[in-house]
Design a protein around this ligand. Sequence first.
Ligand SMILES: C[S@@+](CC[C@H](N)C(=O)[O-])C[C@H]1O[C@@H](n2cnc3c(N)ncnc32)[C@H](O)[C@@H]1O
Length: 368
Amino acid sequence: MHRDVFGSAGDFITSPEISQMFGEMLGVWVVNEWLNCYSGKAIQIVELGPGRGTLADDMLRVFSQFPEIASNISLHLVEVSPALSKLQVIKLVGEGDESNSEQKTLNSNSSENECEGPYRQEISKYGPQISWYRNLSDVPEGLSCYIAHEFLDALPIHKFHKTDKGWREVMIDVDPEKDGLRFVLAPSDTPASKAYLQVTSSEERKNLEVCPGAGIVVQEITKRIAKDGGFSLLADYGHSGEKGGTFRAFKNHKLHDPLEDPGTADLTSDVDFSYLKRFTSEAVSVFGPITQEKFLTNMGIGYRLQALLQSSKQEQWADLISGYKMLTAPEQMGERFKFFSITRKHDNDYVPAGFSDLHVKDDTANSS
Ligand SMILES: C[S@@+](CC[C@H](N)C(=O)[O-])C[C@H]1O[C@@H](n2cnc3c(N)ncnc32)[C@H](O)[C@@H]1O
């Protein structure tokens, strides 16, 4: 909420911060879906949890190469952190504009719960208007593309543990033996275990997490797309219901005890895509999850790397190639990160770009 947590001075690094190629591939994906399904129509690009604004910046730069879509988009950022929304203004509006744009700050005195509509509006350096919101429900309805990268993993979870007496919610308590907190098991069912836990007798996991907030976001996106049309891309590290015990904290790029110094570390848990699927409906089409390696390769990241190598100085080649490898290599981010898409219901066998079985194998980095 209060500081820049990205990069070498922060707690972690994300794909858009590793290489511009990541945001460019997502931008190309949006252009392609719009051209295929909504060409000529005005569309809202809604990004949930935009961080430093780097992904939005790289996508806007791609859109600016396609005048037809560039004149039809508006950007809508859902962000709760005051510190990060300031960084987003600087990145997307331009250096120095943060200090000059007080008059464009809306609802600045309202509390989180009171706010409806945007709390800030600006014109981006690329032309399209940008609006900031605290909740997805504040974003106007209408034809939209929803993007969420490393957003769902940041939402609060409930932890559950299987005991001889059945599943119990893991709670947080004051540790009487030290000046700190500890995990404890609820002695019996809790409202959360009754409401959220859906396990069968064959469940083999001993620990699992449920993220109701992520389910609500997916339900809202599904409802909006079913009503107004559109498409979405949800990308995060995650699994399809086979993993558990993934709740953890990061501080200064190292694993950190989540109960130590609360409020000073990044808390996260892997996204359960099988859980998210339960919040979609027959009224939309659902694709994935597929691995980041497959999605980015299908979108042509290898060709983009070649083009960048050709147009850049030799001293930049190592960074470009290591960024490409970090994003796509299975042992780095290529396998653990997944892409999931909800689109309007397609009557035919339409598959969004990147999700088809086409898997363009390329040896770009090696041959370079
Ligand atoms: C891990 S960062 C990801 C940032 C960016 N998408 C990226 O990939 O670099 C999570 C982002 O979600 C925002 N965020 C976390 N919880 C949120 C919530 N409940 N509502 C809106 N934004 C939230 C954070 O402030 C941050 O911008």
